[in-house]
Design a protein around this ligand. Structure first.
Ligand code: TRP
Length: 443
């Protein structure tokens, strides 16, 4: 039995992990990636990536965390593989870069809260997005979002936010289902559904190279995998909890939120054929949702409520994103918590400024994380399973009623299938980044 067990219950752990997983990734990034990558073709590859690669890979972080009973860097030491600690460090670095652009999008949410209160986006949702997405307003909102994140982390009052998760997740479900029902009545609904849900396998085959990296990256990003955060969370778990069952619940809830967001966004996109149309861009979800709130009865109140809930979802993710590098410097270099949060927060703020100056730069940050950093970390986690010995199989089995078979199949799956899939992703992802750099997509 672990004496670090900080989760008062198993549900507490699942909620905290869901709080980390559910965020802007589900409601902003997922619809945007799906819209720009062929709709249903992307959805299929994404679901495969989540369940066949992301879920098994999540189990690697879980077994390391529960065995190690330590923060991500020391966890590797504890299980006798200190030379792998750099993987924890790389996860912390990835969290840092992610937060730099995540916070810019978090700033947009502030602008949409303001826009719901004043009604500013009702007339022309696309123009409103243009006015708040980049430039001085975006920089100010990014600073505000970072200030709130730093404040929460520095004061160590993350508990409050984690507790809010209990209300936030059901709130997101209720609001998205309600909006989805309304969206079904729109004239664009059937065109939207067919784009979203009818996969054309020819599209998948022909665009394999451009679909796989964002789909795999989105799967890791949305599950908060490759950031070391799940190692940290599971280090507090009870020895007799079932890791696959907990992980399964987290993956399913998280996937439902993203898929539901698509059920709102696609009908609206096809109904309005707005500026961005069905081809996407980082404004996809914001323009579509704002457009929806402009049309439905009581839309102003609903919009306000929705964006406030989204803000909580974003904050519960951003505080754990900041927490990873902060605990790295406090534990590794003995910096105080207040100084660590403020220093790290300021650095994130500055690094994020370019992303607030143009959505093309934001896309660059996003692609560096999705196409490069996340596949590297997940590949290293999978590689680690070759060196960890069979301890991790026992750890996966502990607390479950599973026999030997499932954990053994899992071991070979994460040793063979996961690294190959991730290596292909990495190759295609780097190629995509290179193309983007040479053909002026980013700069
Ligand atoms: N999963 C979160 C989302 O979908 C984003 C995220 C990525 C995250 N890595 C994380 C959150 C690490 C917390 C910790 O928005």
């Amino acid at each position: 039995m672990s004496d670090r067990s900080a989760w008062t219950s198993r549900v507490g752990f699942i909620l905290a992990a869901v709080g980390s997983a559910v965020g802007l990734g589900n409601i902003w990034s997922f619809p945007f990636r799906t819209a720009s990558n062929g709709g249903a073709a992307f959805l299929v590859v994404y679901l495969v990536a989540v369940f066949l690669i992301g879920f098994p890979a999540m189990m690697i972080e879980f077994v390391i965390g529960r065995r190690g009973e330590q923060n991500p860097v020391h966890a590797f030491d504890r299980i006798g593989h200190g030379n792998w600690s750099f993987v924890g460090g790389l996860g912390a670095f990835t969290s840092f870069v992610t937060l730099a652009f995540y916070s810019v999008v978090g700033g947009w949410v502030f602008s949409y809260i303001a826009g719901s209160a004043t009604g500013a986006y009702f007339g022309d949702p696309a123009a409103y997005f243009g006015s708040v997405a980049s430039g001085p307003i975006a920089i100010g909102a990014h600073a505000l979002f970072m200030a709130v994140t730093v404040g929460i982390v520095a004061l160590g009052v993350t508990d409050g936010i984690e507790r809010a998760t209990k209300f936030m997740i059901p709130g997101i479900f209720v609001l998205l289902i309600g909006l989805g029902v309304w969206a079904a009545t729109l004239p664009g609904a059937s065109a939207g559904y067919s784009y979203y849900l009818t996969p054309d396998f020819g599209t998948i085959v022909n665009n394999f190279g451009s679909i796989v990296p964002p789909a795999m990256g989105q799967a890791f990003f949305t599950l908060s995998l490759g950031f070391s955060v799940m190692i940290a969370y599971s280090s507090y778990l009870d020895r007799d909890d079932s890791l696959p069952a907990d992980g399964g619940a987290i993956v399913v809830i998280n996937t439902l939120v993203a898929v539901l967001a698509g059920f709102v966004v696609f009908p609206v996109l096809f109904a309005t054929g707005g500026a961005e149309g069905a081809t996407g861009g980082s404004g996809t979800a914001f323009v579509a949702l704002a457009g929806a709130f402009g049309e439905v009865p009581g839309g102003q109140v609903l919009g306000l409520l929705f964006f406030v809930v989204l803000l909580f979802a974003a904050l519960s993710s951003s505080i754990s994103l900041l927490e990873v590098p902060v605990s790295f410097v406090t534990e590794q270099y003995g910096v105080s918590r207040a100084k660590g949060s403020l220093g790290m927060g300021t650095a994130v703020l500055l690094v994020g400024v370019p992303a607030a100056l143009g959505t093309n730069y934001l896309t660059f940050y996003n692609d560096v994380v999705f196409n490069l950093l996340l596949p590297i970390v997940v590949f290293l986690l999978a590689a680690f399973t070759w060196f960890s010995g069979r301890d991790i199989v026992d750890e996966l089995q502990r607390g479950t009623s599973l026999g030997e078979t499932f954990p053994t199949v899992w071991l070979w799956w994460v040793r063979l299938v996961v690294p190959v899939a991730v290596a292909v992703t990495l190759y295609l992802g780097v190629k995509g980044l290179y193309t983007g750099l040479t053909n002026g997509t980013y700069f």
